[in-house]
Design a protein. Structure first.
Length: 243
């Protein structure tokens, strides 16, 4: 039992150090404004016995530091909960323990320090899970409100909602201008058809006039020539009688 006593002592020192320096470390972890953000690598829990090899941890480069800080604040406990237990598991895994031995040893040490049983520990884990789910639902609701899918009463519209309203108004204006353009196009087509008809009428009238004028001129010239020939010629009785 000396091993368990040593583990219990190590766990006690672990909790004391965590409680005394936890807030200070959390405060120091927040970067200064404008400072470069280091890439965040999520922790991968040890593989339980019988499970397959876990995938390699993925480096998160797109997550904002404020989101990581927010999640960290949600998972901050009092040192006697499931998150403290997981810290102990991670600490002991560095010594080479894994699988059931790791989790059983960590639980024995954790229970020796905190006095919590397995049911209480698992209930604590469920509370953290519910907290994450509730926070995610709240964030999703705000996101849906930001993009205009839902509207929260008495909440001022966000930039996306304002842009959606502007887009809707511009689409309505464009539809009205399109309607007016179609109407003017129809009016222009009607005016062009009317103009074509009037030009045809004017052309037909001019052709009719030209025909009448040419006919009259031809007839007049024929009568003039006949009159001159028959009445003013050398054999004309009018010419003889005058002599």
């Amino acid at each position: 039992m000396a091993i368990l006593d040593n583990l219990a002592k190590a766990a006690k020192d672990f909790f004391i150090e965590d409680d005394a320096q936890g807030p200070a470390k959390a405060e120091a972890a927040r970067p200064l404004p404008g400072a470069a953000q280091p890439p965040y690598t999520p922790a991968v829990p040890p593989t339980p016995a019988g499970a397959g090899t876990p995938a390699a941890p993925t480096t998160v480069t797109q997550a904002e530091q404020r989101h990581l800080d927010h999640i960290q604040s949600l998972l901050a406990g009092d040192g006697k909960d499931f998150m403290a237990y997981t810290k102990m598991v991670k600490s002991m895994s560095a010594s080479g323990l894994s699988g059931p031995v790791l989790y059983q040893t960590a639980f024995n040490a954790f229970a020796a320090v905190t006095g919590l049983d397995l049911a209480t520990l698992l209930a604590s884990a469920e509370q953290f899970e519910q907290k994450l789910v509730a926070d995610r639902n709240k964030v999703l609701e705000r996101h849906r409100e930001k993009i205009g899918e839902i509207q929260i009463p008495k909440a001022p519209p966000g930039p996306i909602v304002q842009l959606l309203q502007q887009e809707k108004q511009l689409q309505a204006d464009l539809a009205e201008l399109t309607r007016q353009l179609e109407l003017k196009s129809q009016q222009l087509l009607a005016a062009q058809q009317h103009l074509q008809e009037e030009r045809q009428k004017a052309g037909a009238a001019l052709a009719s006039y030209e025909l009448a004028n040419a006919t009259a001129a031809t007839e007049l010239q024929a009568h003039r020539q006949a009159t001159q020939s028959f009445l003013a010629g050398p054999t004309s009785p009018f010419t003889t009688s005058t002599k």
